[in-house]
Ligand binder design. Sequence first.
Ligand code: SF4
Length: 175
Amino acid sequence: MEFDFQTFKVQGIKVNYYFVCKRKLWLYDKGISMENESDAVLEGKLIHENSYPKAKTREIMIDDLLKVDIIEGDYIKDVKKSSKMRRSDTMQIAYYLFYLKQLGVMKKGTINYVRERKIEKIELTEDLENEIKNALLEINKILDSKKPPRREKLPYCKKCAYYLFCYVEELDNET
Ligand code: SF4
């Protein structure tokens, strides 16, 4: 069966959050967002602004859904602080490549991990495409749900902008 991309397409950040934490995805979608106040986000913003100073095409918005850091030749390029969230970073870029393919534009991707001074190349394979399609179907179900997915104890919860939101009861019990 043909995948109905127009029905299931979402913002790139939501694909990223799906692979980070499904609860985070739901909270973000409902407008419960503390992300802009976090130091980590500010640091990330500065890294983006100061990387690839010679690049002419930066921060390109596509359909108000994707914000591509840089487009240069055959590549779209994303800049990240570190590779700690490699899986979600990779899937976000794979989604961009998949999205562009739906528009008839074929690109490859790179992620520039500035802290490790490492560049990772990503090409859209059939497996990645299938993972993206499955993720988009799941994202749709999660966002349709009236309740957020249950909290998962993840190694990065303490650094998450929603930490207080998710763990307030436990923190209350400690005091
Ligand atoms: S604190 Fe943990 S469970 Fe809560 S949204 Fe963040 S990553 Fe998910």
